[in-house]
Design a protein. Sequence first.
Length: 130
Amino acid sequence: MNLSVIHHVAIIVSDYETAKDFYVNKLGFEIIRENYRSSRKDWKLDLRIGTGPEAVELEIFAEPDPPKRVSRPEACGLRHLSFKVDDVDEAVQELKDLGIECEPIRVDEYTDKKMTFFFDPDGLPLELHE
């Protein structure tokens, strides 16, 4: 088997329009396609961040009444999504200007790079890492 890169990550959200606004209008993801699946009564929104071979897709499923996240971030399964940025301080200020609060910036003890966490509308932890 020759795994080369992560193609996509999928998350379930509780409110389609709120999640779409957050990931597209605030974080800058590009919409690839969006489909209402009447057989499942849910939305599937495919997004892309980055370009070329470094692009990664995010699949958002908006299901009616999904169960709440067990705990954050220490539950079995997806712990968090991390985004690489050139300057964490600058990215934190941009998020603050959008009304999105971040945890205090700290230095990762293993990479010696600045990092912080913030949360999507459903409480999914999102990380910024230099």
